[in-house]
Design a protein around this ligand. Sequence first.
Ligand SMILES: [Cu+2]
Length: 111
Amino acid sequence: MGRLLALLATIVLFAGCGGHDVSGPMAPESAAVSMPGFSFTPFTTTIVVGETVTYDFPAESHNVIFAKVTGAPADIQETTNQKVTRSFLTAGTFPYDCTIHPGMSAVVVVR
Ligand SMILES: [Cu+2]
């Protein structure tokens, strides 16, 4: 049983990281979104199932609130000067907004 779990964990690791070296507990960054001014850049981030998006919050305070779509990750509350990563484990289109700044919206497409 332990061996089976170890094997499954290995398969998940390899499937999830696209062959990159996994040297620590942090998942590799597969896409990044920055927030210059009051916009998410890029507007559309396209990844595959199991990949991550890292949100790079600047000094200006923003949040990331996902539309209530099945498979959407947890929201990110108001954050500054920090990187926050979310994993996407379900294929779909996941719009999100910064509710602090009206019109500050973007989308993650998971294939
Ligand atoms: Cu904002």
